[in-house]
Design a protein around this ligand. Sequence first.
Ligand code: PMP
Length: 356
Amino acid sequence: MKKHNFSAGPSILPQEVLKKTAEAVINFNHLNLSLIEISHRSKEFIDVMENARSLVKELLNLPEGYSVLFLQGGASLEFLMTPYNLLKINGKAAYIDTGAWSTKAIKEAKLLGEINVVASSKDKTYNYIPKNYTIPTAIDYVHCTSNNTIYGTQIKEFPKTDALLVCDMSSDIFSRKLDFTQFDLVYAGAQKNMGPAGTTLVIVKDEILGKTGRNIPSMLDFQVHISKDSMFNTPPVFAVYTSMLTLEWLKNLGGIAAIEKRNEKKATLLYDEIDRNSHFKGFAAKEDRSLMNVTFNLTNEADKETFDKLWNDAGISGLKGHRSVGGYRASIYNAMPIESVQVLVSTMQQLEKQIG
Ligand code: PMP
């Protein structure tokens, strides 16, 4: 029996995607060759790259003027590529600090210029999204993290600014309807809602590039990757192919509008139980709760052994909270079926019955 996989990332992918990927690793497109032993310059792989790119544009409803890239180095390399490509020499950028990943993005950006942390929720272990902050004028860009994987908070309203808006969407891309025209640069590691680790999706507005006055190393230069259709060097063929399959799966399901409804249903089911069941308490501020990562704690730590046994026996995996927050984190990404969330809710109800 397959486990109910609540892992925060790498995380659950649709079963049919895993099966098709496994087939392609043995015999890709009836070529009698593996996906991972053919040239990335072959027509077959170029078709994969083109299809993946156009699925991203279609699913996210991207207008003309945006490029879609599949790069390597994870979202972590984008922490550095962002300032390299957008921060002018002697320029400034504003960052919103909503957790460990924002903090890492800030650290890298500081290597290249003056970084203004305009808001932070560090004072409460990042259990909320800061609001009502002022973004200074005369900055090159504002950086935010849409979903905070560790703490289970999610931005519902993005900063309004005349500067460029950059967003790390690693843990909630493709999960909800958003107007992408408000963003100038979006990046996301694949390993949550898109595919295996190994590729990073970058969506960038072409007209913002080439304006920093910097000498950018080729591998860090978005314009180089755009000019080579994400094949400046050998692309991560396995990760791109699997991502393409997940995007096809999402399209067949009805796209972002359909998955958003499902995601809301799953999250409501779980948050309602957390709020109803006196043995649990939610970690994140209610109005900022994430639809992707549901963080919660036991009211009484002494129940830990009993609850851990209940969910382990129910075939649940990956529920342990991040070490900085403790407790539990149920990651309920796009591919997570509602039936698995129901199993988790049942174990929470069993705890209540056992303890009273
Ligand atoms: N940003 C966020 C929001 C993340 O959740 C993660 C990883 N879980 C990262 C950045 C770092 O991504 P990567 O491991 O692909 O570098």
